[in-house]
Design a protein around this ligand. Sequence first.
Ligand code: 1GP
Length: 236
Amino acid sequence: MQQMIKPWRHVFKLDPDRLISDEDLQSVCLSGSDAILIGGSTGVTYENTVDLLTRVRRYKLPCALEVSHLEAVVPGFDLYMIPMVLNSPEPAWILGHHRQAIERYGSFIPWERLLTEGYIVLNDDSSVARLTSAETELTAEAAAAYAQIADKLMKLPIVYLEYSGRFGDMDTVQTVRENVEYSQLFYGGGITGEAEATQAAALCDTVVVGNIIYRDIQQALRTVAAVKMTKPLTYL
Ligand code: 1GP
């Protein structure tokens, strides 16, 4: 499964709790983006997740679920991305919900389709930060230390720098980049156009674009080419 995400440079993240027209969904799915990631912090239900998956399935790009609500785990996705919020002080967001999920779903879990994301939440003014009480005030070195926990201690397939809703501090992202050797580095947060997409794409393996889809679809679509045309810098 890790092989499947290797070529992903650009990903659109769709929120089951937000409305998207068929026309916009078609544009997103035919944009040349590498995958659709379905997920959100609030208002995610089994019903709205099934509904969105069914609509995305009309197109051929891979579709992954970022699991955040136990009740909203829907079968039929290509991949299940499992966040562990490394900078949450609450073990529930690192291990607790995961334990409950395994207790509840046990033998139904398609382990071969799961990929764990070492999440580092960096925007204090985001739903995910509020939900997980993440300690977002991190120096670049502290963020890089968390990233190395994921990369070198836990050997997770993905390190996800999550600035959801705000464009991140590229110096911090660069420091993290310089320290991640094995994990695929995902960046998400506040990309509203080509300039931000290009900056993030230079430093990260995979760029996730969310919110702007719902605010300005044309701008969202432009991020695909911007990311694809940017060669990632190599540090290691
Ligand atoms: C959110 O990382 C994604 O989980 C993308 O962030 O919605 O700010 O683009 P935005």
